[in-house]
Write a protein that binds this ligand. Structure first.
Ligand SMILES: Nc1nc2c(ncn2[C@@H]2O[C@H](COP(=O)(O)OP(=O)(O)OP(=O)(O)O)[C@@H](O)[C@H]2O)c(=O)[nH]1
Ligand SMILES: [Mg+2]
Length: 383
């Protein structure tokens, strides 16, 4: 796959090697995670912590219990609340489950003051009900966090006083980002690039519409690369912020804005078409792209390795093509040159695109190894 970074054949000059060595050691590569809400940005931060920092201490794991319990309440509340909202509505299958549902609704959207045994019993009863399960299967019709099933299936483990979250629990736990944060890590530079260490700053921002106003604070020309996350499974969901807007369409539009952004013209573009596991599962369950993307019907993948009879594969390549198409559109900017405004067409940049599962550490390790290579090559080429 081609890319937006210039390639270099080899490094054969001694001086250059030592320059690279010093420079990569001292320089910090700034990387920016961007994407819509719930696309998986913070999950990538967690993976970097696992892979390149020190993982999660026992204390940090224990600190997550609060968020995990909040995930349980948010999930069960949203499912039960929406039984009357979906069209056609769903019904509880037993009197007992109906009572458990009422108990949960009475607590309200905010978490209970105390997570009692009675609370957990009611959550279990409601979650086991076939009507609740049916509503869960239709959760693309309303807003539900991705961690719902993972935690609702484990109420009996989480309710125990000695519960310690697993790494998987931490990766799956959903907390919306509202502030810009940054992690720092160093990676060894392969010998072929001069050895030493490369420092990385990885910035995480909130992706919901209301949060994007803050992004400008981290946009500058020193951004080495943008890791843009798109949740591929979003094709049949609407935004939390705007129930009339398709989430995947919002993602493509946001990518287009970033692609055109004047402050980011020198940044490399790496796109993660994320949540491939959920995309695959949804397609196996018979969900279709056509209602939101009618053009998918006539889409024919150009790639020889794509089996066009496989709906999931076709969907993956279709989404990738959408991104390439955006990057094919010319970006024209206006610049003042000696007092006169001139228009200028900027060089095209081809994004690097990966199909990812951000919650899978092995997958992200593999993807990030190649991302790192791209970034290092770029650093060297810019010297
Ligand atoms: N199954 C699955 N879940 C994922 C994947 N990537 C992220 N998630 C889950 O999706 C939810 C949202 O992920 P976050 O990392 O919080 O999303 P974000 O982009 O940081 O969202 P904001 O902070 O609102 O901008 C979390 O519950 C994650 O565990 C994936 O590839 N597969
Ligand atoms: Mg986040």
């Amino acid at each position: 796959m081609g890319g937006c970074f210039r390639r270099r054949e080899s490094i054969n000059n001694e001086n250059q090697i030592s320059k690279i060595h010093t420079q990569t050691f001292f320089d910090t590569n700034k990387l920016l995670l961007l994407g819509t809400g719930e696309s998986g940005k913070t999950t990538i931060i967690k993976q970097m912590k696992i892979l390149h920092i020190n993982g999660f201490s026992n204390e940090e794991k224990l600190e997550k219990i609060k968020n995990i319990k909040q995930n349980i309440h948010e999930s069960i509340y949203d499912i039960v609340f929406n039984m009357n909202q979906v069209n056609p509505p769903t019904k509880f299958n037993s009197e007992e489950a109906l009572k458990a549902g009422e108990y949960i609704l009475n607590i309200g959207k905010e978490e209970p003051v105390e997570y009692t045994e009675e609370y957990y019993d009611n959550v279990k009863t409601a979650w086991a009900d076939e009507g609740v399960q049916e509503t869960f299967r239709r959760s693309n019709e309303f807003q539900l966090i991705d961690s719902a099933q993972h935690f609702l299936d484990q109420v009996d483990i989480i309710r125990k006083p000695d519960y310690i979250p697993t790494v998987e629990d931490i990766l799956v736990c959903r907390v919306m980002t509202v502030q810009i944060s940054k992690i720092e890590f160093s990676l060894p530079v392969p010998k072929k690039y001069g050895g030493g260490l490369a420092n990385f700053f990885l910035y995480d921002v909130g992706g919901q519409r209301g949060q994007r106003k803050q992004w400008i604070k981290v946009f500058d020309e020193a951004i080495q690369a943008i890791l843009f996350l798109i949740a591929a499974s979003d094709f049949d969901l609407t935004l939390r912020e705007d129930g009339a807007k398709n989430r995947l369409k919002e993602s493509f539009e946001l990518f287009q804005n970033i692609y055109k952004n004047q402050y980011l013209q020198t940044s490399g573009l790496i796109v993660f078409l994320n949540k491939q596991d959920i995309l695959e599962k949804k397609i196996k369950e018979g969900r279709k792209l056509e209602p939101a993307f009618p053009e998918f019907k006539n889409y024919e993948p150009k790639e020889k390795d794509c089996n066009a009879n496989d709906y999931y594969e076709k969907a993956k390549y279709f989404m990738r093509q959408k991104i390439y198409d955006i990057a094919q559109k010319p970006v024209v900017i206006e610049r003042a040159v000696r007092g006169t405004l001139v228009t200028e067409e900027l060089p095209k940049r081809k994004p690097y695109i990966h199909f990812t599962v951000a919650t899978n550490t092995k997958n992200i390790k593999k993807v990030f190894d190649s991302v790192q290579e791209i970034i290092l090559e770029r650093t060297i080429n810019l010297l």
